[in-house]
Design a protein around this ligand. Sequence first.
Ligand code: XUL
Length: 539
Amino acid sequence: MGDFFLGLDCSTQSLTAVIVDSSEIIYRTSIIFDDDLPHYKTQNGVIVFDDPKVVHSYPLMWIEALELLFERFIQDDILIGNIKAISGSGQQHGTVYLNDKFEMALQNLNPKKSLNEQIEDTFSRKTSPIWMDSSTTKQCDEIREYLGGMEDTIKLTGSNTFERFSGPQIRKFFQENPESYQKTSTIQLVSSFMASILLGKNGPIDHGDGAGMNLMNIKTRKWDERALEATAPELQEKLPPLCNSYDIVGTISHYFVEKYGFNSDAILVAWSGDNPNSLIGVGLTERGKVAISLGTSDTYFGYMQKLYLDLKGEGHVFGAPTGDYMSLICFKNGSLAREKIKDNFHLSWIQFSESLTKTQPGNHGKIMLPYFFPEIVPIVLEPKVYRFGLDKDDVEGNVRALIEGQFLSMRLHSSWIGEKPDEIYATGGTSANKEILQVAANIFNIPIRKFEITDSAALGAALRSMKSYFESIGIKKSWNELVSKFILNQYSEIIEPDDRYIQLYDEMLQLYKKCENFVLKGGEEPELIRNEFIKKYFR
Ligand code: XUL
């Protein structure tokens, strides 16, 4: 019988398992929190509070989901004993607050009882703030100021302070609930919390997810004393140690061996954040590889061999599971904006695409800055759509201006990453639209590979566990060798850039930048260079 490798992904809405053998995916299943655990009354996996800025979830729900998932393995006749290694992925930034009974409870788990009943008293905070929480602006300001301002904060931690990041969230808990903070003996991330449950003791936080806290020195990969001081007192004692994402952190706890039939030798590889795991799950394991995920929001993320920082404070740098770095930039107005234009003009997606084929690259100099909703990159708090030379009722002009605007913005705001990609993988719902991808390929002047993959975070975790397992028994395999079999059959066609438009888009990028500086930073009027652009390419 073959060896199996298990990857778990504790995301916002579900807990997913992917099991692979050394060449293919052999099983996948998900527990959907709202549907499978309705007694928690979550909506899309989160607790609904009156204040929309406050977004939490229940750590107990994630654990109940874990048991439900393993019960399903048994129902589905999975050979659980064949699982050699396990790793996992967690929604990033979320924090779990545990009291001094936690470790003892984990060490004495009785397989005849549920996990929940045995650890429910071990939380110093019943709920966990997650990445969707945006209630810590005050704490972000305080930490950033303590660390000497935005640039210094970025140089130290890899990112500016962000509301959803763990440090500001911990500070808010300390300020608002000092007594409960005092009773907290360990603070874990979602990833390291789930790993701890499987391990039967507090596990470490890996460098990938640790980078999303504003607490870890991005260069030395150690907890930074000043960042800890800026955040809350006695924080050092409450944080577990940091580790490499590929470290083996132990073997699975006796509870799971006795209750579900896991092999007592099954190793646990450190869990990491969902984005670092997805980096592996979509095959971005070497220089020059980036992905764009075109969903509700658009994200641009990629492997970085060297550390590059975005001193403008818009992008993030996390640890990559390979031991290197990764970039992540999030654009909120993704499909949200595309749907807005489509619906405003009563178009079908086919008509939307036809508008792109009917119009010319460069759009006769018609430009849109598409902030239909507040934007993360660049930061725009008050939504507003800005149009240059573009009539509001010009259907085709607006469609092209939106799509060109989105990818010009993506090219502009990812230019801080010093490693230029040689191929871009496109995933997410919009990646099915070839005409949109053609515009993206032309703007970046890089081939784009359409790529459909689901469960990339869980798959990435399974592949990570396999890699560390092989290393532990003396078998060296490169990331590429290990990952490519799983990824290659998911590829579909490549969309090549049209080299007739290289110069046009290089110049349009400068024009777009001028427009952005004009509306967001009070910069110079862009009309002069817009007219020159029109004269050069359209007359
Ligand atoms: C990344 C982020 C989200 C979460 C949830 O910074 O906040 O992608 O990891 O998926």
